[in-house]
Write a protein that binds this ligand. Structure first.
Ligand SMILES: C[S@@+](CC[C@H](N)C(=O)[O-])C[C@H]1O[C@@H](n2cnc3c(N)ncnc32)[C@H](O)[C@@H]1O
Length: 250
């Protein structure tokens, strides 16, 4: 059933509202190639406990559920404060139509409230997809909590990594959290050097002219539209606080 609904979204380019009427699936839903990359990453990392921030019509939810099911089953949490207000409950309805309701918990709250709630419940995840509010400060807060909710060995996927706001978060992670996170070699594009690096660097810099570091980190790989990071170590809050004047531009 998941495949039927994904076909509806990507072949007919429509989603069905709970009353049977149809809506355009795009531009709200993630592009097919990004959905496939998400599916392959969740599947390939054997993830069974997954979290997404930003559900909309549920396209990413279905890709993640498909992989979790193929990994033997598990549980998925989706966070979206506007599921009813903006998306007419279509994401929730798609999950029910896919017969996956028993695997999914939907938190209809802004992520800055839902993520600390999950943390206080001691929830832990194998894979977290960040695709909510795309402003820099929202994405950084999402990453901050996602890091604390992610198991060591787990993965975080930042969607729309080409946006200046998102690649600034990527730049922060690469500069400041290099001991905890690596850019996964398995699930991102190839490394770039020479002409392809400079081409990407100048194109990237053009959209945010003073952001040299974020353009540099973004241009190291052919990231395309997303970046997948692997957590290799836990962040030690006390050790980080001991060096309380520390700051590294990003
Ligand atoms: C680009 S859409 C997500 C698309 C979806 N992942 C998909 O694959 O089709 C961004 C989503 O973020 C949600 N959103 C906006 N502000 C948010 C917040 N503060 N916390 C969590 N989600 C938020 C929006 O309601 C919207 O569903």
């Amino acid at each position: 059933m998941i495949a039927t609904i994904l076909d509806e979204i990507y072949k007919q380019k429509e989603v069905m509202a709970p009353d049977g009427t149809r809506r355009a699936a795009f531009p709200a839903s993630l592009p097919l190639q990004d959905g496939q990359a998400l599916y392959e990453a969740v599947l390939g990392t054997n993830s069974t406990q997954t979290l997404e921030i930003g559900m909309a019509y549920g396209a990413s939810t279905l890709f993640m559920l498909k992989a979790v099911t193929e990994n033997g089953g598990g549980a998925h949490v989706a966070i979206d404060p506007y599921q009813d207000k903006w998306w007419e409950g279509i994401g929730r309805s798609n999950v029910m139509r896919a017969e996956c309701a028993d695997m999914v918990r939907l938190l209809e709250q802004p992520s800055y409230l839902a993520l600390p709630r999950l943390l206080s419940e001691n929830a832990r995840f194998d894979f977290i997809f960040i695709d909510g509010n795309h402003r820099f400060e929202f994405t950084l807060v999402d990453f901050f909590f996602a890091d604390r909710l992610l198991k060591v060995g787990g993965h975080i996927m930042l969607h729309d990594a080409w946006l200046p706001s998102i690649r600034k978060v990527l730049s922060f992670i690469c500069r400041d959290m290099g001991e905890q996170y690596t850019v996964s070699a398995d699930y991102n594009g190839n490394k770039q050097a020479g002409v392809s690096f400079w081409h990407c660097f100048l194109k990237t810099l053009h959209t945010a002219p003073f952001d040299l570091l974020s353009a540099y980190f973004f241009s190291q790989r052919d990231f395309n539209r997303h970046c997948i990071l692997e957590k290799v170590a836990e962040c030690d809050d006390e050790r980080r606080d001991a060096d309380w004047t520390y700051y590294r531009p990003f």
